[in-house]
Design a protein around this ligand. Sequence first.
Ligand code: SF4
Length: 459
Amino acid sequence: IGQSGENQVQYACVINDLKHACGRNGTGAIMGYKNLKAVAIKGTLGFNFKDKDKIMEISKWYAKYQKDHPLSRGKYLYGTAAGVESLSKSGILPTRNFKDGSFEKAKEISGQTMADTILIQRGGCFGCPVRCKRVVKVDEEDMQVDPKFGGPEYETIGAMGSMCGIGDLEVIAKAHELCNDFGIDTISAGVSISFAMECFEKGIINEEDTEGIKLNFGNEKALLKLIEDIAYKRGFGKILAQGVKEMSQEFGKGSEEFAMHVKGQELPMHEPRGKIGVGLGYAVSPTGADHMQAAHDTMITEDGPILDAVKILGLTKAVDPMTYGKDKAEFYGIMEKWWSFLNMVGMCDFIPAPRGSMPIEKFMELINAATGWDFTPEEAMEVGERGITAARKLNYDLGIDESHEDLPKRLYQPLQNGSLKGVSMDKDKFLEMKKYYYEYMGWDEKGYPKEETLTRLGL
Ligand code: SF4
């Protein structure tokens, strides 16, 4: 952990090798609280796979297979920020604290522009052939960014860029470097600064509160200074280090309406007014607003190879991102169980279908070659379901219940620009869909797992 974790910033994170972030939920603050600076691991025993030859065979096959596959190729070429411009055109690029859905400088901060300017290498996690990670370098007189910190991914570009009204990739790369250096979650930091910018522009806070900083959207110098101030909890950074939930409680004056968090966790860079299922995920996620709980509804919008790839999990229909209802609740539940299973086996969501190019059957072969089991997709789904249900039971036992499972008021209000201008979420339909989801998961109408569900899952 960095200074941010040592000082117990609410959204301090754990950084591995200076560039891989265990980003969300303030795990760095927990380590700081326990006086635990780092965990070092060195192994000597190698991998103890049941069928090593099979693992090697599938790995070699996949390294070749994924190379020209559209679901892998774009990630390699342009990283996770490949879609910045198209998201902006579709009106779902979170911009200026989710007031807007389109950013006039989307092209300047896209993965494509990065590839043409500051990108010096495509990086990746250990052994992964997809290599979606970025390594960037800036060496200007007034700005240097060290490649040892990797490079900004989509979430960082959204949170530090469009959310703060900043369209300069070098500034965003510097913000990314500072966050990795201090051990700060880039999403929560960007959303907190963006929230403060809106409060400043609305006159809810002023220069006296910010200690002389003119905190308008687009203020690049303020962004970089405040990241450091957050890490050391000094000046206005001490306020920002609390995150938007506590900031809005302190600022008052109606700022709660646009404090973009669920269960105290700041929203990631995905706009629920254009992906209703993602909104459901933000509300019901056990860890607060999270975009990595389930595949997004924009991923499977029509019949075709992606839908075919996940039929084995029980999904039979594509979905319209703009609809609510039973089908959407079921879509979310199925995808959530699958991604929960991937989390449990430590597999990146960008590898197997539907987000990645590896067929699910092939992925199950890998699991079985590693373990020597005869594991089926149905069993995998049950393991995923058990994880979700156990987390829910724990949350409810700790007092985090259905009353916390709603969205920030702003999402029920219209977007201010872009192709979805005027579109808002329908609260009644949203709450009805949440009930369908509880029902699908075998929970009661308050969202608590029914006795028979707990028994079936061995909980
Ligand atoms: S494991 Fe996932 S995040 Fe890591 S390089 Fe591969 S695709 Fe990217």
